[in-house]
Design a protein around this ligand. Structure first.
Ligand SMILES: [Ca+2]
Ligand SMILES: [Ca+2]
Ligand SMILES: [Ca+2]
Length: 314
């Protein structure tokens, strides 16, 4: 069967018919190459779309105990945490890197993930020496935004397709910004809308040089969902709690489009990424950003920079 398929491929690729004798000779010569070619096509179509970093895979255990969304993280003691405590975790771009980092007191993050049949749960312990009130999130225009405030960003590619861009209203793909405030924290869900006439949005550094912020045909827009985060489709609940070293963040929400099944029982890989934003002046652009997976490139537009989240059944 495989041989007859290979003959067909030869006819297609060579584009002409040859004598039976010569064809058998060619077959013998080309058969191994064709098998390699077919295997290459097969592996390419199922290639992992997510981060190449070997650490950027998180195995989440199923939640079998009550997690109270209150900012206290004692109820997470049985979950493995990922500590972002080295220079390698810092995003490099938009004028940011680890160059201003003064150590873990300045910025540090440890995150954990759990799941059950309905919800995903995320806990983040943040150390930040200067926790500042939001200024970007309350700016009306797009000169500043939640991306300039202390807080946590979480990305989901819930169907695991690895697409390169997504927009406000997309159920499956999200860039959430959870912004710290001791009284009225914010949640934003995606920042871009299609605009066929828009030029490529660029980020301008203090020295005047520019970096791509999105693709041509996209316009920036803030989708503040703070007031409706407990409603469909999110059914979300989250809490910040100020601590001696910084703050805790705790989240529970639905993931429309994710199978919410363990990987060995019909589940699939979920694209996932998490960052911790640090502004230490309470004004201006972000000082630095810790990042689990997408340390380079336009991680906020392209799911291939995300890490991988795998749900386990225990
Ligand atoms: Ca708790
Ligand atoms: Ca800091
Ligand atoms: Ca800060």
């Amino acid at each position: 069967m495989l041989h007859s398929m290979a003959y067909s491929y030869i006819y297609v690729f060579l584009g002409f018919r040859v004598s039976s004798h010569r064809c058998k000779y060619l077959m013998k010569q080309l058969f191994p190459l064709i098998i390699v070619f077919i295997l290459f096509l097969t592996s390419a179509s199922f290639a992992q779309p997510f981060s190449p970093y070997e650490w950027a895979t998180y195995y989440a255990s199923k939640n079998i105990r009550q997690i109270k969304i209150d900012g206290n993280l004692e109820d997470w003691s049985d979950a493995p945490g990922v500590s972002m405590d080295q220079e390698k975790w810092f995003f490099v771009g938009q004028g940011m890197s680890s160059s201003k980092w003064t150590g873990v007191k300045d910025l540090y993050g440890n995150f954990k993930v759990k799941w059950d049949d309905e919800f995903i749960y995320v806990a983040v312990e943040v150390w930040d020496d200067k926790v500042t009130a939001p200024h970007g999130s309350v700016t009306k225009d797009n000169t500043s935004g939640s991306w300039d405030d202390d807080g946590v960003e979480i990305m989901f590619d819930t169907d695991g397709c690895g697409r390169s861009r997504y927009y406000i209203g997309d159920l499956m793909h999200h860039e959430y910004h959870f912004v710290y405030d001791d009284k009225t924290p914010f949640v934003f869900d995606n920042f871009w809308v299609p605009d066929p006439n828009a030029r490529q949005p660029m980020f301008t550094l203090p020295d005047g040089t520019q970096e791509p912020l999105a693709y041509p045909g996209e316009a920036l827009s803030k989708n503040n969902v703070s007031e409706k985060f407990s409603d469909p489709p999110y059914y979300g609940n989250y809490a910040f709690k100020r601590t001696e070293k910084g703050y805790n963040f705790e989240l529970k929400m639905k993931l429309p489009g994710a199978a919410m099944k363990p990987i060995n029982k019909g589940g699939h890989k979920i694209g996932f990424d998490i960052c911790v934003n640090d502004n230490d002046e309470g004004k201006g652009p972000l000082k630095q950003q810790l990042h689990w997976s997408g340390m380079n490139g336009m991680f906020w537009r392209d799911c291939k920079y995300f890490g991988t989240l795998i749900l386990l059944n225990k």
